[in-house]
Design a protein around this ligand. Structure first.
Ligand SMILES: Nc1nc2c(ncn2[C@@H]2O[C@H](COP(=O)(O)OP(=O)(O)OP(=O)(O)O)[C@@H](O)[C@H]2O)c(=O)[nH]1
Length: 229
C-alpha cells in the first residue's frame, strides 16, 4: 500500500500537536456493531483532511497547507439508533499524480463524500470529472454526498449555494455546505451517511426506506441553522 501515514501527522506537527498515533492505538479495540468504509474525494486543498480532523477531533487544522500523499485513514465510532457504527474514513490525496493509488480503494468504499471549495470555481467544475471516475471505479450502489466546503469564507465565495444544489440534484445526491473551520454541517454530513449505510445494512423488508434528503433537512431545521453556512 503506497500510503504515507505520516501525512496527517505532518499537518499536526505543523500545528504543534502529536496525539494522533496514540488515539489511533486507543481506538483499535473500540467496540462496534457494524463498520463501513467512507472515502473523501475532491481536488487538492478543498479541505478533505480538515473536514476529517474536524469530525474526528472537533479541531481545525489551520496554518500552512500540506498536501496529503497517497491515502490515509481515521476511524470514528458513532451511535446511530442505538447501534455502534464504526466509520472507517479514507482521506485521499487530491493531487492528480496520486490518482492511480486512490483508484484502487474506490471499490471497497460504501460511501463517498465528494468535496469542492466554494472559493474555487475550478474545484466545483471538476466535480463532474470526479463523478465520472466514481462511476468507473466505485461500487454501483455506493452512497454519494456532495459537500461545498469552506462555507465560512463568504467574502471569497465564487460558487453559489444554488449551483451546488443544482448539480447535486442533477446527479440525485444529497448536498450541503460545510466548514471545517467553524464545524458547520461536518458532523451532520458523516452522521447522515452513517445512518443511510446503517439502514441499508439492517433494514427489514416492511420497514419504510430511510430518506437521507429528509433527514438532512430535518436536522438543519432542528439546529436552527440555514444549513448553508
Ligand atoms: N477557511 C477555511 N479553510 C479551510 C477549510 N477547510 C480547509 N481549509 C484550509 O484549506 C487548506 C487545504 O486543506 P486540506 O484539508 O489540507 O485540503 P485537502 O483537500 O486534504 O488537500 P489534499 O491533501 O492535497 O487533497 C488548508 O490550508 C486548510 O487550513 C474551511 O472549511 N475553511
Amino acid at each position: 500500500m503506497s500510503t504515507r501515514k505520516t501525512s496527517l501527522t505532518d499537518k499536526q506537527a505543523k500545528n504543534g500537536t502529536s496525539k494522533y498515533s496514540l488515539e489511533r492505538c486507543a481506538s483499535v479495540n473500540e467496540y462496534y456493531d457494524v463498520a463501513f468504509k467512507v472515502m473523501l474525494l475532491g481536488d487538492s486543498s478543498v479541505g478533505k483532511t480538515c473536514v476529517l480532523v474536524r469530525f474526528k477531533d472537533g479541531a481545525f487544522l489551520g496554518g500552512n497547507f500540506i498536501a496529503t500523499v497517497g491515502i490515509d485513514f481515521r476511524n470514528k465510532v458513532v451511535d446511530i439508533d442505538n447501534l455502534k457504527v464504526k466509520l472507517q474514513i479514507w482521506d485521499t490525496a487530491g493531487q492528480e499524480r496520486f490518482r492511480s493509488v486512490t483508484h484502487a480503494y474506490y471499490r471497497d468504499a460504501q460511501a463517498l463524500l465528494l468535496l469542492y471549495d466554494i472559493t474555487s470555481k475550478l474545484s466545483f467544475d471538476n466535480i463532474r470529472a470526479w463523478l465520472t471516475e466514481v462511476h468507473e471505479y466505485a461500487q454501483k450502489d455506493v452512497v454519494i454526498m456532495l459537500l461545498g466546503n469552506k462555507a465560512d469564507m463568504a467574502a471569497e465565495r465564487v460558487v453559489k449555494t444554488e449551483d451546488g444544489e443544482r448539480l447535486a440534484k442533477e446527479y440525485g445526491v444529497p448536498f450541503m455546505e460545510t466548514s471545517a473551520k467553524t464545524g458547520v454541517n461536518v458532523e451532520l454530513a458523516f452522521l447522515a451517511i452513517g445512518k443511510e449505510l446503517k439502514h441499508r445494512a439492517t433494514q427489514q423488508q416492511n420497514e419504510p426506506k430511510f430518506q437521507i434528503h429528509d433527514y438532512i433537512e430535518a436536522q438543519k431545521h432542528k439546529s436552527g441553522c440555514c444549513g448553508h453556512m
